[in-house]
Write a protein that binds this ligand. Structure first.
Ligand code: NDP
Length: 434
């Protein structure tokens, strides 16, 4: 706390990981003796930079760019870029730490990193977004490469932004290095099923969680927050598996449709037209729209999937969900529950799937995209989806096994932290103090 004042999200992530790892250190004191924890809470490298760009009125704007190259014990740094006005060092560091353990959980040879800028793509023209991405990449290009650091998308960064950044990187380098970014367009090295991977993967994980309680998604009622990349494909897969999704949101408000949300309408509004979620009511007048985001958690459901942003479920929201009979929470977004909310769920015996496991399908398929780029091949949708399903099942099993080994049976949060940590820690020890 003394070294990282004002980094509340980073400290929250560190505390949560420490809590799970206590039994690991008691059993294996070597990790302490070798200073693994001290090294793990310090990113290997933090880069911040100025991002100047010119808006459509000829005015100069300046944003702040970040890249945290968090840990390279298991492979080159890998993790997304977030463009959102809330982005600051604390958020990028917490995401980098989480990404390190998440990437370890996937079983793929990738280290952890994260980055972004306090740029708000909302309300910007396409040309403004392109100029911003080009300026951002002009600086970032100095620090990344297919064998050093491979960024991807996150909030506010989709295939369009990745495309503009890739174009600029290619121009600066003078060579076509497909493996430098993932989440690319399908025509120039992107992977089939990458767009769907995080949401689909989250639902594959939820199916495994529910089996533990003798339940299944078929016939269950879901509430999903957000209506971005993760939310849309989580809803799509859940509906395919027989669930009814009754609510979703954007940063202005949420919709409730007791007949079950029509996913094609949501895709049209958010992906095709880039509009607000309240437009759902134009074609579905039986649905209701409410201003504000937090009210969505007052809707009764069997499974809640927070898929928007960090700390969106607080103690109050958690208490309401429990009172309404929720059976499982799966974190599609990164750290969407406050620590108080987690306590409420665990105290009431509610299953919680932690983000570093639940949403790991995205980065797992990004790693498959890198593999395809290296081989100059592309696999079919079905092949990538089958690999994704296998990876999510393995992650779930590894979480269960790790939790059991350290006397925290059934606690997926502890299991994910422990399983993710052990591989990184062992690799760090083998590589020495560097
Ligand atoms: P998108 O930008 O595609 O969508 C984010 C959604 O959440 C949008 O509906 C947005 O509303 C809403 N939202 C964003 N910020 C806030 C906020 N502060 N308050 C309320 N609502 C908000 O992002 P993704 O779907 O890609 O990412 C969502 C979460 O999943 C993030 O935590 C991200 O780190 C995590 N994640 C994403 C992965 C991926 O592959 N995309 C991989 C692993 C994790 P609006 O439409 O109004 O902007």
């Amino acid at each position: 706390e003394i070294r990282n004042p004002n980094e509340k999200e980073f400290l929250q992530a560190v505390r949560s990981i420490f809590k799970s790892l206590l039994p690991v250190f008691t059993k294996n004191p070597t990790y302490m003796e070798k200073g693994i924890l001290e090294q793990l809470v310090e990113p290997e490298r933090v880069i911040t930079f100025r991002v100047p760009w010119v808006d459509d009125n000829g005015m100069v704007k300046v944003n702040r760019g970040f890249r945290v190259q968090y840990n390279s014990a298991l492979g080159p740094y890998k993790g997304g870029l977030r463009f959102h006005p809330s982005v600051n060092l604390s958020i990028v560091k917490f995401l980098g730490l989480q990404q390190t353990l998440k990437n370890s959980l996937t079983g793929q040879p990738i280290g952890g990193g994260k980055g972004g800028a306090d740029f708000d793509p909302k309300g910007k023209s396409d040309n403004e977004i392109m100029r911003f991405c080009q300026s951002f990449m002009t600086e970032l290009a100095k620090y990344i490469g297919p064998d050093t650091d491979i960024p991807a998308g996150d909030i506010g960064v989709g295939a369009k932004e990745v495309g503009y950044m890739f174009g600029q990187y290619k121009k600066i380098r003078g060579s076509f290095e497909a493996g430098v970014l993932t989440g690319k367009g399908l025509g120039y090295g992107g992977s089939l099923a990458r767009k769907e991977a995080t949401g689909y993967g989250a639902i594959y994980f939820v199916e495994e969680m529910l089996k533990q309680k003798g339940l299944s998604l078929n016939g269950s009622t879901l509430v999903v927050s957000g209506s971005g990349n993760v939310s849309i494909y989580a809803m799509e897969k859940a509906i395919q598996l027989g669930a009814k999704v009754v609510a979703c949101s954007d940063s202005d408000g949420y919709i409730f449709d007791e007949n079950g949300i029509d996913i094609n309408t949501i895709k049209q509004i958010k992906e095709e037209d880039s509009n607000r979620i309240n437009e759902y009511l134009y074609t579905h007048p039986q649905a209701q729209y409410f201003d504000g985001c937090s009210g969505i958690w007052s809707i009764a459901c069997d499974v809640a999937l927070p898929c928007a942003t960090q700390n969106e479920i607080d103690e109050n929201a958690a208490t309401q969900l429990v009172a309404n009979g929720v059976k499982a929470i799966a974190e599609g977004a990164n750290m969407p529950n406050t620590s108080e909310a987690i306590d409420v769920f665990l105290d009431n015996g509610i299953l919680v799937g932690p983000s570093k496991a639940v949403n790991a399908g995205g980065v797992a398929v990004s790693s498959l995209e890198m593999a395809q780029n290296s081989m100059r091949m592309s696999w079919s949708f079905e092949e990538v989806d089958a690999q994704l399903q296998g990876i999510m099942k393995t992650i779930y099993q590894n979480c269960i096994i790790a939790a059991k080994e350290f006397d925290q049976e059934g606690n997926l949060i502890a299991g994910a932290n422990i399983a993710g940590f052990q591989k990184v820690a062992d690799a760090m020890m083998e590589q020495g103090v560097v």
